[in-house]
Design a protein around this ligand. Structure first.
Ligand code: FNR
Length: 356
């Protein structure tokens, strides 16, 4: 009998050969938003990992929407071509692997150094002034961002739409809008970071207004791709964005044509208390799947094949994200097949290595 992990799945008309997904993971290797050799090799490896779906890291919609100066961007046609080079490389390695890209604006969490250097990059050091729904800093060691004016909000919606158009043109199968981890759209959702008194702040309806407008604009701009979202299902803090609001919002997005939900948590506030452990975010994915019926991707410390299989068998999710394990072992998918005694079509060049 087939394992659930290797049972094909469909999101809209996107056919996935199994249930393994690689979540977006920033590499901090871009030059002026453009992909480098690193990206082609890295995403080529992941295309050949045995995963059915690989999501390319967060790509910024504007230069000031980058987390760091070395993020990928999608704010010009030239950068769209740069993305198409990554896509072509991935298709050359394994055309059966489906390709998603995450699209983001970092908001108040912009102008960071690469994580291995750490900290905020000030304007004196070549950084830039972050913008946000409200002039509330992301942490005690972070600057107070500039509150966005209505004109800036309109421009951001446009920038997301153009980025979606470029991603579709570059040939991706799916787009994941980054509404999680404390970045701009999550900042609008959460009452802890959104203190606005206009139509974009206050009530649930007002806080979801911009993320929903971004979704609609991207859907219109890129109708041929599967458009889904990554959400933080909780801020892990009293008075923050929570699971109930997440589910209500996802049900609205579903009615607007959302194709999938990739369920993560946290990242908004420095006082968050996260009980990190094996599969610690799974209850959130389960609640989303059961209460929205959206194709659901579970994420967070899913490390081995048997654990991934049980997540699926228990009905917690439809797909599993394998992130850091995939960085350590970019053949995780093939090894999972061997561990679960699955008969899958290994890459012909590797087949001799499989017979041990
Ligand atoms: C990440 N993560 C992340 N998340 C996201 O939504 N967009 C991104 O670009 C990134 N970038 C990123 C870079 C690196 C190096 C890591 C390790 C992580 C979070 C990632 O997608 C995933 O949610 C977490 O790593 C948890 O899953 P794993 O690694 O426990 O399987």
């Amino acid at each position: 009998m087939r394992t659930r992990l290797f049972t094909p799945y469909k999101i809209g008309d996107m056919e996935l050969k199994n249930r393994i997904s690689v979540p977006p993971m920033c590499q901090y290797q871009a030059k002026d938003g453009k992909a480098t050799t690193w990206h082609k090799v890295h995403y080529g490896k992941l295309a050949g990992s045995g995963a059915a779906l690989v999501c390319i890291e967060a790509m910024a919609v504007t230069p000031d929407g980058r987390i760091s100066g070395s993020d990928l961007g999608l704010w010009s046609d030239e950068l769209g071509w740069s993305l198409s080079e990554i896509v072509e490389t991935m298709r050359a390695i394994d055309p059966s692997t489906k390709i998603a890209v995450q699209i983001n604006h970092a908001g108040r969490k912009a102008s960071e150094r690469a994580p291995w250097l750490g900290g905020h990059l000030s304007q004196e050091e070549g950084g830039w002034e972050p913008v946000a729904p409200s002039a509330v800093s992301a942490g005690s060691d972070r600057p107070v961002p500039r509150e966005m004016l209505p004109g800036g909000i309109e421009a951001v919606i446009q920038a997301f739409a153009y980025a979606a158009q470029r991603a579709q043109k570059a040939g991706v199968d799916a787009i994941e809008i980054h509404m999680a981890h404390g970045y701009l759209l999550h900042q609008f959702l959460s009452p802890l970071s959104n203190l606005r008194t206009d139509e974009y702040g206050g009530s649930f309806e007002n806080r979801i207004r911009l993320p929903l407008a971004v979704f609609d604009a991207m859907k219109k701009a890129a109708p041929q791709v599967q458009l889904g979202v990554r959400v933080s299902a909780t801020d892990w803090l009293e008075g923050g964005w929570n699971l109930k609001e997440t589910i209500d919002f996802l049900n609205i997005l579903k009615a607007h044509g959302c194709a999938f939900a990739d369920v993560s948590t946290g990242g908004l506030h420095e006082d968050q208390k996260i009980p990190v452990g094996y599969g610690y975010q799974l209850p959130f994915a389960r609640a989303v799947r059961l209460q929205t019926g959206l194709p659901t991707i579970a994420c967070g410390l899913i490390k081995d094949a048997r654990q991934a299989e049980s997540v699926l068998v228990e009905g917690t999710a439809d797909l599993v994200d394998v992130g850091r394990e995939m960085l350590l072992n970019p053949h995780w998918g093939w090894q999972a097949a061997l561990q679960l005694n699955e008969k899958v079509e290994f890459p012909p060049s590797y087949v001799r290595g499989m017979h041990r």
